[in-house]
Design a protein around this ligand. Sequence first.
Ligand code: ZN
Length: 153
Amino acid sequence: MNVENLYQEIILDHYKNPRGKHLLDQPAGESHQVNPTCGDEVTVQVSLDEVGHLHVGYEGQGCSISQASASVMAEMVEGVHPEEANAVRLAFIELMHSKGVGEPDEDVLGDGVAFAGVSKYPARIKCALLPWMALQDAEGKAGISTPTQEGTI
Ligand code: ZN
């Protein structure tokens, strides 16, 4: 199996078996984002626990890219420090801007590396970034500070 097929398998697996797809009992912040060009929707909720770890839940519908990306996001940022979540988000954004020639770091991105090929297709980049945009917005609404300048999509 070549890398491209493997990546497609990973995306399909997240689409069919989404991780962390649920809403939180007591979200501190929530963001609903829509990608009208494709019809994708995602609602991301966040909260911080007493030791300062991020908890994330989401609901959504749309294409396999947007929903698999939400699943990967939930898997990668659940239970981590907001700064770490931000590092993952920035790495994912960078990958999406790599025009298909990025060399993603699996240690940082986990299954997010599977989206490397998506960066070749401008129309799909929005799909992939939608949940990460919602994450940033939800964190902002929850008062969880994330550096905004370089991280703005
Ligand atoms: Zn889409």
